[in-house]
Ligand binder design. Sequence first.
Ligand code: ADP
Length: 608
Amino acid sequence: MEGLPVNILVINCGSSSVKYALFDGHGKMVKSGKRERLGRQSEQRAQTHQQAVASIMDDIAAFSIDAVGHRVVHGGLDCQQSMLIDEAVLAAIEKHIPDAPMHNPFSLAAIHAAKNNLPDVPHVAVFDTAFHSKMPRRATQYAIDQDIATRFGIRRFGFHGISHEYAAGIAAQFLERPIDELRLITLHLGNGASACAVEFGRSSETSMGNTPLEGLVMGTRSGDVDAGVLLTLLRSGEFTVEELDELLNQQSGLAGLSGLGNDLREIELAAAEGNDRARLAINVFAHRARKYIGAYAAAMGGVDAIVFTGGIGENSASMRARILQRLEFLGAVLDDDLNRDAMVANDQDFAVITTERSRVEAIVVKTNEELMIAKETQKVVSESQAIAPKPIPIAISARHCHLTKETFATLFGEDATPTVYRELSQPGQYACEQRVNLIGPRNRIDNVRVLGPLRSVDQIEISRTDEFKLGVDAPVRDSGNIRGSAPITLEGPKGRMHLSEGLICARRHIHMHPDDAATYQVNDKDEVAIAIKGGVRDLIFGDVLIRVKDSYALEMHIDTDEANAAELSRASQGDLRVPDIDDDLNDDSCVTATDAQAVVVDVVKRLK
Ligand code: ADP
């Protein structure tokens, strides 16, 4: 794909490791690697994150890199989607260092190192928090004093979003249903663990909160603990804040419960040999996860599938079985054989573990955060390179007449000729000094401007509002198509003329030179929809006719009613600039096509 990144380097920076993966333009991973035990003061000659990134650059020196995607744990509310890294994004990552002290500083260091090594390619930040940024307020707020919550930025953010979004996407693919119809519960169970309610494609609730400490039991993190416990421990005087931090983040979870470290494999072996603390660790882990499944099913009002991912979710059949037991009432019936045999690898990225009669499917998905980051990077880079649609100038046509030579003579006298009042933007077109009065069954409208040059048929163009005033029913017509249109009487200084047809409400249209048509990839007589943006009242016009001719200049023509609906008037502010409108445009008695300045308009849809 020309213009799009081909080789994307993904850098996934943890507190003590940097993983990388290199993807080609087809999303195939062509190389990957890891640098571990970084920056530990206890280790002699430990590499820093910067050095690790520099040595990764040596690994991939043979490849040309077109873009770099960085995993960033915390983007807060400043970064609610993947973003091209600029000064503002760097500042946002820095701002959230206090919220993610074990991650954001290292991400920043890695980003700087990668930018130094690859200064000429785009770098994109993909955030763990972004997927959760649209959670409803009821899920983001803690029930604490709201002034204090605001002052300290205390709200729930959620993490592991890249993995939850990926796992939910794969599950939807497997179920062959659009994700926006599905209620999914995803369980990312690794060293860090979290659950997510993915409701119609969006995270509506997740178990990690303001920090990655809340929620499920993890390798070394406690997950949910009564906040009163912290007060008790602090009051005991035996713990400093740092020691509490260490207790909850490093000495709790599976490790704290089992006393055997954080590796579930070893805990499972010990449990099989009768170790009581190991059994307790497994049971608390499973119970907590099951509790969240029930809660999320209730919060979403149902569940279509439960998705397991992460090191434990992908590999521990016994943990999956424990979590899913007693969930038959929800409609999830485990198939023991499928569960035991479930294997997920890169080329087999999901496995079903529930029986055929199970109403709720349980699926094991191999997480692939790196691929997700590569895809996001590709998306952000290609969006940033996309050519913004060329804006189309808009002309507001006030009511006006195109007259034949004969009609003109009747109204203005045999010897009269049209005299130029003002050139119009379409080449050769002009507003005349001459004006006529329109006389309808109910009312009359005086001083309607004649446009030149003279034509072979009479055509009078008015707005819907004018119709009501005149008491006539004019059809919406393309210019030139007046057969069977409404009758009207014209009055000039030298005479009257009754037209049996010729009164229309002009169909909105866009004049285009063939070069413009090529730019927008449209053809003569296509219908398009046009978005008018950036004003007081954004509006999309459907049924806009494209008219292509060598003599046309790019311009959209709408009438005064349409312009008013979009508030395209001289009073318009902001991005809408309509300075040069003929002063008498708004004068009820005036008639002329007028050339309003360009406004921001996109072709949004081709209908034919
Ligand atoms: P991280 O969150 O650090 O990326 P992982 O997703 O790799 O961690 O998950 C690590 C966890 O997965 C460890 O607790 C490990 O014991 C567990 N795990 C990996 N393989 C197995 C297995 N075959 N059986 C049980 N647990 C496993």
